[in-house]
Design a protein around this ligand. Structure first.
Ligand code: NAD
Length: 346
């Protein structure tokens, strides 16, 4: 299959690109290389004859028309997005432009190409979204594909808007779309502004480890390579017009996750005195911080046969080891604006 992957230089997109090439797919990686996009993330496949790169912005409709005509992909996996909730609080405009208008541009470019090539029924427009569109859960219950949308942050509202556009293009124009909504990812190449790499890197530098509020917010964690596997299954076998929730039943309170990372580091690279847990500091909560996310993944398990390969403990161990082994990847990123400082306090 020839797949046009947008955002393929980002955290999840690069895992998709690496896995797709490994499985023999032809991949065109379309990415604007914002602060979050790094070509180092796809270095492992950059020399493959199956891989090519298009430096382009999904806000640029003319560029998209050229790229679709030049490559005529069998499928699109649309991951390009502004993805950091805290940044969306300080500057929602980029999230509206890229996540909503950019998705609209991608849908129109895909529809034009699909129409020009005789509307092949096997074509797929796979939109990669988040469980954050469903809002916040109480102490019990799970998000299913039928849970009503109730986004609370500029980020999740922009993703919810893009999901609605994608469904509208299916119902109105018949474009064969598939959607996936996934829980929080973690793993190698995770940009250091996000919780798990931030905890690992602050700990390694002997800096305070900030935990929002009382650390009681619950997230459902999925190893990024398991997500990439689910995404390839969805683009290959997903039914047009259908949504699939992706998650691994790995709910953890933030404070418990941070403790687990500290304990893993205590074992792998002990401090001279004390535990990395001593560096934990509770800081002002994020405005509108959703209390709990938890995914019911039964549909993707039952219909497509997907299940995750690692538990959160195994995935965290791999992730911590990867950051210990790859300082040349993360060291330069710590200098980028907003990475080492708190943003999104509104
Ligand atoms: N990280 C998570 O836990 C998570 C969970 C569920 C869903 N998602 C979704 O998965 C997708 C990828 O998330 P991620 O964490 O890998 O994000 P990321 O921020 O690591 O990567 C985003 C990529 O998109 C590119 N990009 C941004 N704006 C662009 C534009 N205007 N034109 C072209 N390229 C652009 C960036 O350069 C970068 O390579 C997003 O759509 C996100 O909403 C993420």
């Amino acid at each position: 299959m020839k797949i046009l992957v947008t955002g393929g230089a980002g955290f999840i997109g690069s895992a998709v690109v690496r896995l797709a090439v490994e499985r023999g797919h032809e991949v065109v990686n379309l990415d604007a290389l914002t602060y979050a996009g790094r070509l180092e993330n796809v270095a492992a496949v950059a020399d493959s004859p199956l891989y090519s790169f298009e430096h382009a912005d999904i806000r640029d409709r003319a560029a998209l028309a050229r790229i679709f005509a030049a490559h005529d992909p069998d499928a699109v996996m649309h991951l390009a997005a502004e993805s950091h909730v805290d940044r969306s609080i300080d500057g929602p405009g980029d999230f509206i432009d890229t996540n909503i208008i950019g998705t609209y541009n991608m849908l129109e470019a895909a529809r034009a190409q699909w129409t020009a090539t005789g509307r092949p029924p096997g074509f797929r427009f796979h939109h990669i979204s988040t469980d954050e569109v469903y809002g916040s859960l109480g102490d019990t219950g799970l998000f299913t594909e039928e849970t009503p949308y109730d986004p609370r942050s500029p980020y999740s509202a922009s993703k919810a808007s893009s999901d609605h556009l994608v469904r509208a293009w299916f119902h109105t124009y018949g474009l064969p779309v598939v959607l996936t909504n996934c829980s929080n990812n973690y793993g190698p190449y995770h940009f250091p502004e996000k919780l798990i790499p931030k905890v690992i890197l602050n700990a390694l530098h002997g800096k305070e480890i900030p935990v929002y509020g009382e650390g009681l917010n619950v997230r459902d964690w999925l190893f990024v390579e398991d997500h990439a596997d689910a995404l390839l299954l969805a683009v290959e076998k997903g039914r047009p017009g259908r949504s699939y929730n992706v998650g691994g039943h790995n709910e953890r309170r933030n404070i418990d996750l941070v403790h687990a990372i500290c304990d893993c580091l205590d074992e792998k690279r002990p401090r001279e005195t004390g535990s990395y847990r001593d560096l934990i500091r509770f800081v002002t909560d994020r405005p509108g911080h959703d209390a709990r996310y938890a995914i019911d993944p039964d549909r993707i398990t039952d219909e497509l046969g997907w299940k995750p390969s690692v538990t959160v403990e195994q995935g965290l161990e791999k992730t911590v080891q990867w950051y210990l082994d790859n300082p040349e990847w993360w060291e330069p990123l710590l200098e980028i604006e907003g990475v080492g400082t708190r943003v999104g306090t509104a």
